[in-house]
Design a protein around this ligand. Structure first.
Ligand code: PLP
Length: 394
């Protein structure tokens, strides 16, 4: 990282583990094709299979049930567009209605198309009674939900959701992208039929991910990419062995860092306590729900996210906005909208997300930026904001 910079945007991408970097470089120097039967091919195959075992260990799954992809977006597309076969005693293929949570990542929302959305409450937690009634209407459905939200860090009660989905004869796909390195979880206790991961969210390289199926019968109903039959016919194309090796090494490294999670939680809680002292009117999204220990999505009345992001960046601090930026325009977050957040939160949401190398001094630097922004805001920010809205509406 460039000198003087403070990186507090781990949910966008986590810094590469040195072990992962080394594994990528070693794999790139391995000349064989993993499908070749000669010694060079077998050496490349060994790299892929070692990484597969590490991914299985990370999620408490079986090695044979891991399929590598180019990332979580490809995994979500494959799972929701091809459907599953072999689980719940039937084919959950294309004819199945697809139901996804209203606060899912855009990768999942886009893969699900215009299908139904399952509602959440104002803390971002799935409305379980609402989900039950939606499933009564749709019948058995392929349901995709996040274990933890990338913007708010809110953790869903996945086991209870899996039981509801299965009771209606459906299948559950879990987006576990934000979980490794933040919380521990086990495939079996989640009750998911499949989950997916993205390496760069937990210290691996970008552009590689994996699907992990819940058992050896459950598979994609048809290949994610048709081709030479790699990945046991589930995803054709010569394996990205550099990326796969890096993902495997990151999985091992992140498991070993598990102790750091408590420290991360203490740092985040300390940050939020301090934030509340600087700006007692600040709102923290999902504050009353179980959350990832590394994430804080907050808004302060009278401080617009765009202005705050520039101030953070100029001070050398990388954070992100709760709003997605596209074509130069700030779009209010669909996650906060689904949580019925007021306009000032939609306009002001800033996400800070940390990891095992984050220090108290780095968070103090971020708090310094916030203090300066608070000192400069209008005296009565909420009414100032309302009058600005009224005059622009007029
Ligand atoms: N799901 C979640 C929760 C994410 O945070 C992301 C990345 O931001 C994705 C899916 C998509 O991951 P990728 O861009 O690595 O395909």
């Amino acid at each position: 990282m460039a000198a003087g910079r403070t990186y507090l945007d781990w949910n966008a991408t986590a810094p590469l583990f040195p072990e992962a970097r080394e594994a990528v470089l070693r794999a790139l120097d391995t000349i064989g094709n993993p499908s070749s039967i000669h010694a060079e091919g077998r050496a490349a195959r060994a790299i892929v299979e070692d990484a597969r075992a590490s991914i299985a260990a990370l999620v408490g799954g079986e090695t044979e049930n891991v399929v590598f992809t180019s990332g979580a977006t490809e995994a979500a597309n494959a799972l929701l567009k091809q459907g599953l076969t072999g689980c719940c005693g039937k084919n959950m293929a294309l004819a199945m209605p697809v139901l996804v949570g209203a606060t899912e990542h855009v990768a999942v929302l886009a893969a699900a198309g215009d299908g139904r959305r399952a509602r959440v409450d104002s803390d971002g937690i799935m409305d379980l009674d609402g989900l039950k009634s939606q499933l009564k209407e749709t019948g058995p459905a392929l349901v995709a939900l996040q274990l933890a939200n990338n913007e708010t860090g809110v953790i869903q009660p996945i086991r209870a959701i899996a039981d509801i989905v299965h009771a209606e004869g459906g299948a559950l796909v879990v987006d576990a992208v934000q979980a490794p390195g933040r919380i521990s979880f086990e495939m079996a206790s989640l009750g998911a039929d499949a989950l997916f991961l993205s390496a760069h969210k937990f210290g691996g390289p970008k552009g590689v991910g994996a699907i992990v199926f819940g058992d050896s019968r459950t598979r994609l109903a048809s290949a994610a990419i048709s081709g030479g039959g790699q990945e046991r016919g589930q995803r054709g194309g010569t394996e990205n062995i550099g990326g796969i090796a890096g993902m495997g090494a990151a999985a091992k490294a992140v498991l070993a860092k598990h102790e750091a999670v408590r420290k991360i939680g203490e740092l985040r809680d300390g940050f939020e306590n301090h934030l509340n002292r600087i700006a007692p009117d600040a709102r923290i999204a999902g504050q009353h729900a179980p959350r990832l220990p590394n994430t804080s999505l907050f808004a302060i009345p009278g401080i617009a996210a765009e202005k705050a992001l520039i101030a953070f960046d100029l001070a050398g601090v990388a954070v992100s906005s709760g709003s997605a930026c596209s074509s130069g325009k700030v779009k209010a977050s669909h996650v906060l909208r689904a949580m019925d957040a007021p306009d000032w939160v939609l306009a002001g949401a800033i996400r800070l997300s940390i990891g095992h190398t984050t220090t108290e001094a780095e968070l103090e630097k971020a708090l310094g930026v916030i203090s300066r922004l608070v000192a400069k805001r209008p005296l009565n920010p909420i009414s100032a904001e309302k009058s600005a809205q009224n005059s622009s509406a007029a």
